[in-house]
Design a protein around this ligand. Structure first.
Ligand SMILES: Cc1cc2nc3c(=O)[nH]c(=O)nc-3n(C[C@H](O)[C@H](O)[C@H](O)COP(=O)(O)OP(=O)(O)OC[C@H]3O[C@@H](n4cnc5c(N)ncnc54)[C@H](O)[C@@H]3O)c2cc1C
Ligand code: SF4
Length: 511
């Protein structure tokens, strides 16, 4: 083929034949470039399943492109970064027009823009149309707000897109949010039979990737033994159908519940497909609304699910592009401790952490409450440096791309931006974990003991955190209530809590 006029770069999380990258593609003059970069997989110490999912999905997408006769250069196993490999290609072909969709990582976006400057490229960076809310719309929403809160953004999205609203623009069921109905734990006897999510046996292309990842990244965390993720759009659609048909009905009620060896609960397990753009959020919401009518599902379940996609997913994306690069540097509490080593191995005596991290290493997946109230809560209470925590989340979850990982981790779990979009830190003692799971039953610690050998580290560190930040919590009406219970703990016991916490904090690796 003669030199193309324009290069269209498609990144590993932009795998949509109908996406913005291929809009107006000219088969005579344009060429697609896709790059597998070893450096990208090592940028954080990525879970093997995350690397494998990206590579397998990219290779399957490339097969589709070839079948559709798109001119494609697919660069395999490049030792260079994406931008270095792209630069090499652009110079070799003498191309000066580059088209791409905005990357989901601020660093890469900057690098591509810098490359365009360096090579005097005409760069057309298109906005990702896999979201309901454009950057411009988000900026307009932000403009007159004193406080940036999900709830008001979510209501606007519901109205603007006519989702779960009546003809007058009022919410279906008379309220915008049924969160209170969606916080049940499983019965004391356990979750009962949970319809398993649909899992996909690796085909030959995926098997090749799994072998490659095991050989190339043998020391990376996690296992590939349970790799059953959707790697094509057809599989992602099947996973969506199965979810709305069999699992959605119980999603809402048990959204926050946790149970040993129950890695997926009733959750959708669709985040990786959504984030790789194998699925469009619009078709996910349409399928959920259809199932709501067809099976007369509870409005609370349907609303609860839609809030995650139309609300949180859109909101955190808006916040990411609004606040970067500051979001990655914020450290409101000036926490400096290193991440305990067992975050990478699951080898800890705390049953809650062991289960949440153990399943993460097996599958590259944990559900929201495990991420927020188990591993995230502990990282905040243990005063871990936000950058270390964020790198862990980015590395370890198959759905982790910075635009969604960072606001959730730094902003929501760690309060690293001082409450820019949350009203108070999400912290809890062992009592919460006991209420929402069966973890404490098999733990060597006791969730209600605040100090001493048997004390639950989560509980000790929770009270220590409140004691340490008491004046800050009391200065705001939103957090004032959180310290009220401290009044019921004697000064002597508070002293013992602080002493015990000091010991824990200096021996985090031994927990
Ligand atoms: C510390 C922390 C880190 C996180 N990192 C990521 C990440 O890297 N990638 C990611 O996709 N999600 C992340 N989340 C959000 C959420 O935990 C996952 O989206 C969810 O667990 C994925 O599982 P699921 O598909 O079964 O979701 P479900 O519970 O079935 O929810 C349905 C969908 O809603 C969306 N969603 C739900 N909650 C959120 C949220 N808080 N923010 C954005 N979208 C949401 C997801 O697309 C998800 O697939 C993080 C949350 C926390 C607390
Ligand atoms: S007792 Fe504490 S450490 Fe153990 S499982 Fe319960 S909350 Fe976790």
């Amino acid at each position: 083929m003669s030199s193309p006029k324009r290069i269209v770069l498609i990144l590993g999380d932009q795998l949509d034949l109908n996406g913005a990258a291929l809009r107006g593609f000219d088969f005579k003059t344009d060429e697609i470039v896709m790059i597998e970069s070893i450096a990208e997989a090592q940028y954080v110490w990525s879970h093997k399943a995350k690397i494998a999912l990206f590579l397998s999905a990219m290779r399957h997408f490339a097969i589709q492109l070839k079948e559709l006769k798109y001119p494609l250069t697919y660069i395999k196993d490049s030792p260079l970064s994406i931008v270095e490999a792209l630069k090499e290609k652009l110079i070799k072909k003498g191309v000066t027009d580059l088209i791409c969709v905005e990357p989901g990582e601020w660093r890469l976006k900057q690098q591509i823009e810098e490359l365009a400057g360096e090579l005097s490229l005409r760069l057309e960076m298109r906005e990702d149309d896999h979201f309901y809310c454009s950057h411009q719309e988000f900026l307009e929403w932000v403009a007159d707000k004193k406080e940036l809160r999900l709830e008001y953004f979510y209501r606007l999205m519901r109205k603007r897109h006519n989702i779960l609203v009546d003809n007058q623009g009022n919410p279906q069921g008379g309220q915008w949010n049924f969160d209170q109905d969606n916080r049940k734990s499983y019965s004391k006897k356990g979750p009962g039979i949970i319809e398993s999510p649909v899992l996909f046996e690796p085909d030959s292309a995926t098997k090749e990737v799994l072998e490659f990842v095991n050989d190339t990244y043998p020391n990376h965390p996690g296992s590939l033994d349970h790799f059953r993720w959707p790697v094509t759009r057809a599989q992602a659609l099947e996973a969506l159908d199965y979810f709305v048909e069999y699992r959605l009905r119980n999603f809402g009620v048990f959204q926050d519940a946790m149970w040993t060896d129950t890695p997926f609960g009733w959750h959708s397990i669709l985040s990786s497909s959504l984030n790789l753009k194998l699925l469009n959020p619009r078709e996910v919401i349409a399928a959920v609304l259809q199932a709501w009518k067809k099976y007369s599902l509870d409005l609370s379940t349907v609303e609860g699910f839609i809030r995650q996609i139309l609300g949180w997913r859109e909101f955190v994306r808006g916040m990411y592009y609004l606040d970067m690069p500051k979001m990655a540097q914020d450290n409101y509490y000036d926490h400096q401790r290193a991440l305990p080593k067992w975050y990478w191995t699951g080898q800890t005596n705390m049953a809650c952490m062991k289960d949440a991290i153990g399943q993460t290493l097996q599958y590259g997946y944990a559900h929201h409450i495990q991420r927020l109230m188990v591993t995230g809560n502990f990282a905040l209470l243990a005063e871990i440096l936000p950058k270390e925590v964020c790198d862990w989340y980015l590395a370890i979850y198959v759905d982790a791309i910075e635009w969604v990982e960072l606001p959730n981790t730094a902003g929501m779990a760690l309060f690293a931006n001082g409450g820019r979009f949350t009203s108070k830190p999400y912290i809890a003692s062992g009592a919460y974990i006991k209420r929402m799971s069966n973890y404490c039953g098999s733990c060597q610690y006791k969730s209600d003991v605040r100090f001493g050998e048997e004390a639950c580290p989560v509980t000790t560190l929770y009270w220590n955190f409140l004691i340490k930040h008491r004046s800050q919590f009391e200065s705001s009406p939103r957090t004032k209530l959180m310290t009220a219970n401290l009044k019921r703990i004697s000064d002597e016991d508070q002293k013992s809590i602080v002493e015990h916490a000091d010991h824990l904090l200096t021996h985090l690796n031994d927990l």
